[in-house]
Design a protein around this ligand. Structure first.
Ligand SMILES: *[C@@H]1O[C@H](CO)[C@@H](O)[C@H](O)[C@H]1NC(C)=O
Ligand SMILES: *[C@@H]1O[C@H](CO)[C@@H](O)[C@H](O)[C@H]1NC(C)=O
Ligand SMILES: *[C@@H]1O[C@H](CO)[C@@H](O)[C@H](O)[C@H]1NC(C)=O
Ligand SMILES: *[C@@H]1O[C@H](CO)[C@@H](O)[C@H](O)[C@H]1NC(C)=O
Ligand SMILES: CC(=O)N[C@H]1CO[C@H](CO)[C@@H](O)[C@@H]1O
Ligand SMILES: CC(=O)N[C@H]1CO[C@H](CO)[C@@H](O)[C@@H]1O
Length: 846
């Protein structure tokens, strides 16, 4: 999200779906040049038709049917930037006890708040490959949000997926694979919402670079051009999982999809999200992201009174407003926010106890805005555990790690230390000084504290000397028994900040602050060098990775507030490393340069970003192109070793090419559709204290508004479409999650210390199917602790969806190659390049 300073505008966010508002015909996609096209899909499917939401919709209908036009409009509209305590505040409906809803960043904690926990970033929990930790983190995130009175938490981020390794916000999500990203999103949504907080799956969709993501009104936002199959099998997959988890809200990306702004893309929002995926909650745009349609961008309301006018003049059907309002109220009921949900007790605008209630209204009314409620509980333990279990050991020659507490430890690099001005000294964490615990932008939070590696190391080891500079000390000498720990980092973030010339997206995949030179210098002087990297994503390391003295490399990702403690748990051997890469590390940038951000720098006109590689991103791309990665997706070593064997496979249900037809849609609320009396949006007269600059639903002289003709776009319709074959429940056709195969593998810890093993299942589609499909794709994983000598059996399931391709002609998930002599090959191993066992789904032989 991007916020403008309060004095410039008091524009609001809005919670209806923007495709709600019929798009401006002048912005019709077919008027543009590219080969990608987003077909119209109208009307917006109404919410309320899945059984899990029926009771909430019934309650919502009872309330909404009694609401005035002003009340319904109020629900859908923000009160203005900096016009309340939270990053987003909606209009309230006091008559029915519906408060202004507090919407607050971020995916890793409560942003702009004190006395909270700075959790590890999404990419870090992705690197644990631990479903329980993903869930537990979600629960803790939700508990803190609720404790602060946040109604709608703006996370998890499940897009970007990381198509483009340079992209600024990949670290907010879980990794460069739809399956891993999907599980991360599912578990986080379940965890957060178990507290009654409404989670927000974001950003729908194709926000795979930061540069040019915004529509500047002079230049349209970048268009991510994605074909239908790639959308379904890659970018949409995690959103389907979040919807399946019952997510209450979805945030739309700034960029365009197929030359049509995501926030007005009827195919995306109406067709795919609400019909096919059966999404029952409410859609919000990112802040200021909607620019077209019946509601003008120019003007300062962004819905509110303009929406009231558009209802009265007939341009926006009342039906649509009713569905928007019902979706919001139903979601509020669905998560029990009608009963004892706390109001906000913090201010995202100030840390002071008292301050303006409406900062954009220039301090006219003030009061207590921060109650300093401490919501941290013992969540630091979860932070430390995730940070530790994410640490990914890429290399460990001669068992250089773990270190003894008596080792002669020499520490180099600013990333080992603290920011001398404090961990929060740069707004939105938009600097890279001291240990890197998170990236920058709206995906960050304020640290309550940040444990630097050097402090944690000194607390354990007795012989430590540090040079917390990124320049290797001149004339440094070393004895053979000294061990150098070299700390490097690579940062990125949201593009409203540029940090060390990086405009959100990274300029290069090299480590920052001349990290390659620091390692090279240390490796000349020391016989034993351990490199530790805090990073937002893949970094290049070929300048030093094969130097004989570089013995070990740890990727510590973005660990949050317990950075140092998570690291020392691994460094000194209290725990074995068990993290695995949630992305591939290349040998050089040149090999993957097709993924570089497009349109860098100043440009005019629409920038197109054709995703013409299709399904081939990250390891799928390397496999296809025959590029040997430096370290493959899924790679991660341990202080122990694991043997895989004795695999079995069994079919648990008969195979059919397509899923059975979905159950029909249940009924949805209906309301009278005659336009309400204009008096319902007249300014209240009695006992009304207007707040200057607050955005209201009220209209001057509403009785003068006349119904007129609105030029609806081509394809506009008010007749609901039949349910797609691929729909039928939250996430899609429920049969897609039916288990078809079970694969069991025995794993034995063959080393001398306890360790956690991650069994990763990669699926290879049958040969000679008529679909161009990546050689292998992740379709299962599980993490297990084993003591030395212990054997366990892990069982992984394959669902119909796991075995399917998206057939663009049939518009359905299809299992290809049924009846062929050779089935799918199911591989299980410790990385995408370390596949230990192999089973066939036809012969059922492993
Ligand atoms: C994007 O364009 C491609 C090519 O025209 C088309 O196959 C796909 O369905 C479009 N997707 C959306 C969501 O509009
Ligand atoms: C709309 O919301 C504002 C801000 O919360 C509130 O003051 C006003 O009373 C609401 N209007 C109606 C009609 O409920
Ligand atoms: C496979 O089974 C045999 C016999 O029970 C056992 O000795 C061996 O350890 C098992 N393999 C693994 C990897 O667990
Ligand atoms: C109705 O009002 C909206 C908002 O002011 C405006 O954009 C739209 O053009 C109006 N429609 C007609 C037919 O006047
Ligand atoms: C643990 C923590 O962060 N406590 C802080 C809570 O907020 C008050 C007021 O800002 C601070 O004084 C505490 O240090
Ligand atoms: C625990 C606590 O102090 N809660 C307060 C949070 O702030 C609201 C006002 O928005 C107060 O009513 C609560 O008492």
């Amino acid at each position: 999200m991007k916020i403008s300073p309060p004095v410039l505008c008091a524009v609001s966010l809005f919670l209806g779906s923007a495709s709600a508002i019929p798009a401006d015909p002048n912005d019709q996609p077919q008027k543009r040049a590219s080969a990608y096209f987003s077909p119209p899909y109208y009307p917006t499917p109404k919410g309320g038709w899945v059984p899990e939401w029926r009771a909430s919709y019934a309650k919502a209908q009872a309330l909404v049917s009694q609401m005035t036009l002003a009340e319904r409009v109020n629900l859908t509209t923000g009160t203005g930037l900096f016009m309340g305590r939270c990053v987003g505040n909606t209009g309230s409906v006091p008559r029915f006890g519906i408060p202004s809803l507090c919407l607050e960043d971020s995916p890793l904690g409560v942003a702009h708040a004190d006395n909270i926990t700075a959790f590890p970033a999404g990419i870090t929990v992705g690197a644990t490959w631990d479903k329980d930790l993903m869930y537990i983190r979600g629960v803790a995130l939700g508990a803190e949000a609720r404790g602060k009175g946040v109604n709608v938490q703006l996370g998890p981020s499940i897009g970007p997926i990381g198509r483009n390794p340079w992209a600024g916000r990949n670290w907010e999500s879980f990794g460069a694979d739809p399956y891993l990203q999907g599980i991360g999103g599912y578990q986080t949504v379940k965890g957060m919402q178990s507290n009654g907080v409404i989670a927000t799956a974001k950003h729908l969709i194709g926000n795979e670079q930061e540069q040019h993501r915004l529509d500047s009104r002079l230049q349209p936002a970048i268009s991510s051009d994605i074909d239908d199959r790639t959308l379904h099998e890659l970018y949409l997959w995690p959103f389907a999982e979040a919807v399946r988890a019952g997510v209450g809200s979805v945030m739309i990306a700034y960029n365009e999809l197929n030359d049509s702004s995501c926030s007005q893309n009827s195919k995306l929002i109406n067709g795919i999200l609400k019909d096919e995926l059966g999404f029952q909650g409410f859609v919000m745009t990112d802040w200021l992201a909607q620019g077209d349609g019946a509601i003008p961008f120019i003007g300062n309301s962004y819905w509110a009174y303009d929406l009231s006018i558009s209802i009265l003049n007939g341009s926006v059907p009342l039906d649509r407003l009713n569905d928007m309002a019902t979706r919001i109220v139903a979601t509020w009921y669905q998560f029990g926010q009608d009963a004892n949900y706390p109001p906000p007790n913090f201010s995202s605008n100030t840390r002071d106890r008292t301050g303006p209630l409406y900062p954009a209204a220039l301090s006219l009314q003030s009061g207590v805005v921060n109650e300093y409620v401490n919501v941290q509980a013992d969540h630091y333990k979860i932070v430390r555990e995730i940070g530790r279990d994410a640490i990914t050991m890429l290399k460990n020659d001669n068992n250089a790690l773990p270190l003894s507490k008596n080792a002669k430890i020499r520490v180099f690099g600013s990333d080992a230390g603290s920011n001398p001005k404090g961990p929060n000294s740069c707004e939105n964490r938009a600097c890279n000084i001291g240990v890197l615990g998170m990236g920058w932008g709206s995906g960050s939070v304020d640290y309550p504290y940040l444990i630097a590696p050097i402090d944690a190391i000194k607390a354990i080891a007795s012989d430590v000397i540090a040079s917390l500079s990124d320049t290797f000390p001149r004339s440094q000498t070393a004895t053979n028994d000294e061990i150098a720990l070299v700390f490097l980092s690579a940062d990125s973030g949201e593009n409203q900040n540029t940090v060390e010339d990086n405009p959100g997206d990274r300029l290069s995949l090299a480590t920052w602050h001349n990290g390659d030179a620091l390692v090279q210098a240390a490796a000349k002087t020391y016989k034993n060098v351990v490199v530790i990297i805090h990073t937002v994503g893949p970094v290049t390391m070929d300048a030093w990775i094969n130097l004989p003295s570089v013995k070990s490399v740890l990727i510590a990702h973005l660990p949050g507030q317990e950075a140092g403690n998570s690291l020392t748990d691994i460094l000194f051997g209290a725990y074995s490393p068990s993290g695995h890469l949630p992305y591939t590390i290349p040998k050089s940038e040149a090999e993957i340069s097709v993924f570089k951000p497009v349109g860098a720098g100043f440009n005019i006109g629409q920038i197109e970003s054709p995703f013409s590689e299709g399904l081939y991103i990250d390891y799928r791309y390397y496999e296809k192109m025959g590029i040997e990665p430096r370290f493959p997706f899924g790679h991660g070593l341990s202080y122990t070793t694991f043997a895989f064997g004795n695999a079995t496979i069994k079919r648990t249900a008969p195979l059919t090419e397509v899923p059975p037809p979905p159950p029909p849609k249940g009924p949805t609320p209906t309301y009278p559709t005659n336009i309400p009396p204009p008096s319902e949006v007249a300014w209240p007269t009695k006992g009304f204290n207007r707040v200057w600059r607050l955005i209201y639903p009220y209209v001057d002289n509403p009785q003068n508004i006349r119904v007129g003709r609105y030029p609806y776009p081509d394809g506009y319709s008010t007749v609901e479409k039949p349910l797609p074959l691929s729909g039928g429940a939250q996430g899609g056709n429920p049969s897609l999650w039916a288990e078809l195969f079970q694969v069991s593998v025995q794993i034995t810890n063959t080393g001398s210390v306890p360790g956690k093993v991650v069994a990763q299942l990669y699926l290879q589609f049958p040969p000679s199917i008529p679909y161009d499909t990546p050689r292998i794709q992740l379709r299962g994983f599980t993490k297990t602790l084993l003591s030395p000598g212990q054997t366990t059996t892990v069982t992984l399931s394959l669902t119909r969806k796991d075995l399917s391709v998206w057939d663009v002609v049939r518009q359905n998930w299809v299992i290809p190659g049924i009846g062929g002599a050779q089935g799918y090959t199911v591989w299980v191993g410790e990385s995408s390049k370390d596949l230990r066992v192999k089973c066939d789904t036809v012969s059922l032989v492993c």
